[in-house]
Design a protein around this ligand. Structure first.
Ligand code: CTP
Ligand code: CA
Length: 224
């Protein structure tokens, strides 16, 4: 009922969203992940669909159900998320990177479980950097309107503004990480070429609707 009456600000737009954490394997039974629950990305996918968009949700491992009417693709690693997002974003109007993408992956994933040794010496892992999905999509010629998310632990305004410029995206949504991961509410600020807009703490569902409207009004042609 709520969805039926929602304003159709994104009618007919193709929106691609990444959500959740990624999982980077170490060996067949172990890996590295992070505290992202996927709630904010899934809430945005639902809000975008309710406002008329055709939504593709590329999700890392989460415990969340697929929102109604959304095409979902599950991935594990940052590289898989990159490949899926790039393929989908090539035909998209909007890309929203909400996923907490692992910055590094293990250089040599073992094919057998790493065993403890008699001398008690721990293994050493070497890492390589993962591709930056958002920056790659933002650099596509004729690519979608790109929105980033940043969870910072401190100095939100300076870090978020610098990150927006570094990734060359028109809009970056910033929050303080420890205050959002796994929670049902969130407090964010919007960083764009005009400066910063702070939003009050709100339920992630309500916040997602506000953010979708904020994104829609920034698209070529604006709100309709
Ligand atoms: N992101 C991405 N691919 C990556 C890393 C990040 O698409 N390999 C996206 C995230 O989905 C998010 C934005 O970039 O939308 C910001 O992520 P963040 O981790 O804050 O940025 P980093 O450039 O990785 O910087 P930091 O060193 O602070 O982690
Ligand atoms: Ca990062």
């Amino acid at each position: 009922i709520v969805a039926f009456f929602a304003p159709k600000h994104l009618q007919g737009k193709r929106v691609v969203i990444t959500a959740g954490p990624t999982f980077e394997p170490i060996d067949p039974v172990r890996g590295i992940t992070n505290l992202s629950s996927g709630k904010m990305g899934f809430a945005l996918a639902r809000a975008a669909a309710n406002s008329g968009a055709d939504v593709t949700l590329i999700a890392g491992p989460t415990a969340l159900d697929t929102p109604w009417g959304i095409a979902r693709e599950d991935v594990q690693t940052a590289q898989q998320m990159h490949d899926a997002a790039l393929a989908a974003a090539a035909h998209a109007d909007v890309f929203i990177g909400v996923a907490a993408v692992a910055d590094w992956r293990v250089a040599q994933v073992r094919t057998s479980k790493i065993k403890k040794t008699a001398d008690g010496a721990p293994p050493t892992l070497e890492f390589v950097e993962n591709p930056d999905i958002l920056a790659t999509i933002a650099a596509l010629p004729d690519g979608p309107y790109c929105v980033g998310f940043a969870a910072e632990s401190d100095d939100l305004d300076a870090n978020a503004s610098a990150k927006r410029l570094r990734k060359n995206v028109p809009l970056l949504i910033g929050n303080l990480g420890p205050a959002t991961f796994g929670r049902d509410d969130n407090e964010v600020a919007l960083y764009d070429a005009q400066g910063v807009t702070r939003l009050p703490r709100a339920d992630k569902t309500a916040l997602a609707n506000t953010l979708i409207e904020q994104i829609a009004r920034r698209l070529p042609g604006g709100l309709f």
